[in-house]
Ligand binder design. Structure first.
Ligand code: DAH
Length: 336
């Protein structure tokens, strides 16, 4: 009997609880009505009177040690118990907060703005709901001029005479009306067109407009500025090509192409085997536009350019469908 108690004592001594359940199981095994101690007490009667004293001491030792263990571990688990009481375990690692990222249109807009900032251009802004004069007339699109057909938009009542701007060129007008040359501005912003939505066209997109007005500004300045921009934006190997074009507010006007940086000008399906990608319109500001805005066209000249941000981002990231920009699909957005 004494041997059995000794082996129970050593069992208690090495007991270690990792969980509250293990501790409870230990308590039941030793201290409950059906536990070891109860069984030992039941057997006490059979112990010879002269052995009772030493027997009692052993039993007490076992009881005290078991109780000590329970006290020790229950203090440990009680603390835990409080934390888990509402199903909340503060010791578990937290749920990571997902980090957002910039929209590709914002990334490319910032890149463009930064490049022109280095050349001394400052950002200018204008309203998205624009009047007819700033969006068209001042830019040399007289009422009923066929060039207006290319830029159909969302008009309010004729009596109000306002529309969603079709291009950021309206910002040129606002700046020239209020600023004396020299003027060097870059105007990023949202523009609207009445277009059927497809992979290549949308009723809403973004442009960046540039304007430089000073004495003796020439077409050579325009060309060098745009070449610098393209090399900064697409890499040192990139080159440009200017093709004659028509815009009511510039004379002469040009479309600017950049050498395809996917095939390096050799021809591929992105550049439709031409080696070139069209990225912006540009030209020398028409003297009529300068005069409309109160700038002396005999003294000053300048150039302007305008480009679509989505288009440049499409080239940079080889995005094939314009609609992806506006769908807010995380699987698309998290790639940038
Ligand atoms: N505003 C023109 C468009 O939306 C782009 C453009 C062409 C802007 C020539 C310019 C420019 O400043 O000089 O298609």
């Amino acid at each position: 009997m004494l041997e059995k108690i000794d082996s129970l004592i050593s069992e208690v001594e090495i007991f270690n609880a990792d969980t509250a359940e293990q501790l409870e199981e230990f308590r039941l095994r030793f201290l409950s009505k059906k536990g070891h101690l109860a069984a030992i007490f039941a057997e006490m009667k059979q112990v010879l009177p002269e052995d009772r004293k030493s027997f009692g001491q052993k039993v007490n030792e076992l009881k005290n040690k078991a109780e000590e263990k329970i006290k020790f571990f229950s203090e440990k688990f009680e603390f835990k118990g409080d934390e888990t009481i509402h199903g909340l375990d503060l010791s578990l690692p937290g749920e990571p907060i997902q980090l957002g990222s910039r929209h590709p249109v914002s990334i490319v807009r910032n890149d463009i703005v930064e490049i022109f900032n280095r050349l001394g251009y400052v950002v200018a802004e204008g309203p998205e709901i624009e009047d007819d004069w700033h969006n068209f007339t001042a830019l040399n699109f007289p009422p009923e001029h066929p060039a207006r057909d290319m830029q159909d938009t969302f008009f309010m009542d004729d009596a109000i005479g306002m529309a969603l701007r079709t291009h950021t060129s309206s910002v040129q007008v606002r700046v020239m009306q209020t600023t004396k040359p020299p003027i060097r501005i870059i105007a990023p912003g949202r523009v609207y067109r009445n277009e059927a939505i497809s992979a290549r066209a949308h009723c809403l997109f973004h442009q960046v407009e540039g304007l430089y007005i000073d004495e003796n500004v020439s077409f050579a300045d325009l060309k060098q500025t745009l070449l610098y921009f393209v090399k900064e934006m697409f890499g040192e190997k990139s080159t440009i090509r200017l093709r004659p074009s028509y815009f009511p507010f510039t004379e002469p006007s040009a479309e600017m192409d950049v050498s395809c940086n996917i095939c390096e000008g050799k021809g591929c399906n992105v550049c439709k085997y031409t080696g070139w990608l069209e990225i912006m319109g540009c030209g020398m500001v028409d003297p009529n536009v300068l005069e409309n805005c109160g700038i002396d066209s005999k003294k000053y000249s300048g150039f302007a350019f305008g480009m679509g941000i989505e288009r440049i981002a499409m080239m940079k990231y080889t995005i094939k469908d314009l609609r992806l920009y506006y769908e807010n699909d995380e699987r698309f957005l998290e790639q940038f």
